[in-house]
Write a protein of this length. Sequence first.
Lengths: 163, 163
Amino acid sequence: MPDPKPPIALRAADCPPRRRPSVYPPGVFARHAAALAGREKRPLGEHFGLTRFGVNLTRLAPGAISALRHAHARQDEFIYVLAGTPTLVTDAGETLLEPGMCAGFAAGSGDAHQLINRSAADVLYLEVGDRTPGDRVTYPDDDLAAEITDAGWRFTRADGTAY
Amino acid sequence: MPDPKPPIALRAADCPPRRRPSVYPPGVFARHAAALAGREKRPLGEHFGLTRFGVNLTRLAPGAISALRHAHARQDEFIYVLAGTPTLVTDAGETLLEPGMCAGFAAGSGDAHQLINRSAADVLYLEVGDRTPGDRVTYPDDDLAAEITDAGWRFTRADGTAY
């Protein structure tokens, strides 16, 4: 939530991490719990009252993943690596990234993506995603789909049936 | 423009700088030409086909400015400092930033902002801005206003009359 009077600037690393570790259904979360436990997201944009897009400073401990591999129907995503060497997984396979590298995931491309930290050191990156309404997310490696609703993300099995 | 087949990832510093130095009217540009000449923007998101928001890797040489001080009516902006010590100018005055610091400029706040590199070393930062239609920009320190049209930005004097 924006402060009544937003700050002029912030040290990103001082912004509090998101408390909720994941919005995945419990059964799905349980299968990836160890990899998701090493993921720490610090939302940055909301401190300034930004609503059009979100920006997170995200840290992946060794072994951690950014998310389940997924593709957005309507929202663009972008990442910029600040430290460490994450492995980007897409339909094309694995690509090792390093600081100063960036990648973008266009809405509707159908190509699902995920970052995995296969290294022994922390990975730190910025991630940007917009807030276009009516987004849907597909997860080709899991029996999972999601759509955004007024109440937040609603998850189903890939075929649309309830968990 | 997106490639027919977008790259998986890019080194941001290898992306080509934007050729057009500025869209300001010639008379306004001339008054700030020296400070704008030291600004180099490398668009990143478009290489991946992103359309919902833009991301630039921007370098400010000593003495350079990010833009004329301005405020957006409908588009959010966000910056993250990668290197150097830019000075952020807002209605509240000047704030010295350093690497790892970020700032956001919410649509419609009315608080105009600008980065100035008052140091002797280059400044490098990421800037994100969304593409919400119908944006208008005000420039409190210059006799200038702008609105986005289908043909691009249309600049007028602050009172709306033509240059």
